[in-house]
Write a protein that binds this ligand. Structure first.
Ligand SMILES: Nc1ncnc2c1ncn2[C@@H]1O[C@H](COP(=O)(O)OP(=O)(O)OP(=O)(O)O)[C@@H](O)[C@H]1O
Length: 327
């Protein structure tokens, strides 16, 4: 299916001076396989951009090229205005890459790991100590900094890996599926860290196959499958591709038809239908209209249950690719 491009999309043609990253028509082949097939995107300062797609979609290959570790067969990538590639060295200081694989020393304490990597980044003295404290705080590991990494949970190791990626104060942070296989507490800490970093103006490229994470974190999302961006935009722009609205299902005893008539008057309600013993209300933004819908219906019904169903990115993915997002 051809890519559906929505609103202020990922395309480099919309790039501006504020863009930290601009990827233009990048392709990467492995033998006969085209793993990344004409990907274009741009990310602004302070923006969190999601690459949402299933395993094998081409996310890791895309970010490996953006980090300058793999050369594209076609296309160009610039970070902070400088062209990137395996032989470009200086521009890589703008990038913090947090890969799926851990690169930590298990026998060293959390803080010692960070001190080691900070020295590799050229930090020294008071600046090094200050920065190590800062990144420990960002990932919520300050109180465990004195413990050896081998005593950390998988999620804590991931968080320390993110801290390593932040040491040199990059303007673009790239996170490759950072929450896969981590405990809920660490997952939440990771999501909160990303929110805080983007709040401070960092550009974040976040790959995931978890729809909820893309919805929560990302200002814009590109849905990627088979190496191609199938569509990109804000969550609501992507949802609009489905052409469907929110639904509120009301159950209760009383005059359903009268309730339907009253609910139809509520602002934002498209229509209200009586189906068997339920009232099905279709609305553009159900959460904001909910209080008014319930009040209108309560004049005619003794409400027993109210349930909202909203279309989600999972359905958008299905609509665009004909398959489910999850494996
Ligand atoms: N070095 C390589 N040699 C050959 N094929 C590769 C190589 N790296 C990736 N691929 C193939 O390219 C396609 C895209 O893989 P990629 O790892 O980029 O996907 P992904 O979306 O990151 O998925 P995952 O989360 O499973 O890593 C897959 O079919 C993969 O098998």
């Amino acid at each position: 299916m051809a890519a559906e491009r929505v609103g202020d999309i990922a395309g480099a043609e919309t790039s501006s001076d504020q863009d930290v990253l601009v990827v233009t028509d990048v392709e990467r082949r492995f033998g006969d396989l085209t793993a990344v097939d004409g990907v274009s995107l741009a990310i602004r300062q302070g923006e969190t951009f999601g690459l949402l797609g299933p395993n094998g979609a081409g996310k890791t290959t895309t970010i490996t090229m953006i980090a300058g570790l793999l050369a594209p067969n076609r296309g160009s990538i610039t970070v902070a205005g400088e062209r990137i590639g395996p032989s470009a060295v200086a521009v890589k200081r703008h990038i913090g890459l947090v890969p799926q694989d851990l690169a930590l020393y298990p026998d060293l304490k959390g803080r010692e790991n960070l001190r080691y990597f900070a020295r590799l980044q050229g930090l020294r003295g008071a600046d090094l100590k200050h920065r190590v404290d800062e990144v420990l705080d960002v990932v919520g590991l300050s109180d465990r900094a004195k413990d050896p990494v081998k005593e950390y949970s998988g999620g804590m190791k991931r968080r320390l890996n993110i801290a390593v990626g932040l040491l040199h104060r990059p303007s673009l942070l790239i996170l490759d599926e950072p929450t896969v296989g981590v405990d809920p507490q660490s997952r939440n800490a990771i999501l909160e860290s990303v929110e805080a970093l983007s709040g401070e103006g960092m550009a974040v490229l976040y790959t995931t196959h978890y729809m909820e994470e893309a919805e929560r974190l990302c200002d814009r999302i590109a849905i990627i499958d088979s190496g191609r961006i199938q569509a990109a935009g804000t969550r609501s722009e992507l949802i609009r591709l489905l052409g469907s609205s929110d639904q509120v299902r009301l159950t209760g005893a009383g005059d359903l038809r009268a309730a339907a008539g009253a609910v139809t008057q509520v602002r934002g309600v498209e229509h209200a239908d009586v189906v068997d013993t339920e009232l099905l209300v279709t609305a553009t933004d159900a959460p904001s209209a909910l209080a008014a819908i319930v009040t209108a219906a309560s004049n005619h019904l003794e409400l027993a249950d109210v349930e909202i169903t909203r279309p989600d990115l999972e359905q958008v993915f299905l609509h665009l690719t004909g398959k489910a997002l999850r494996d």
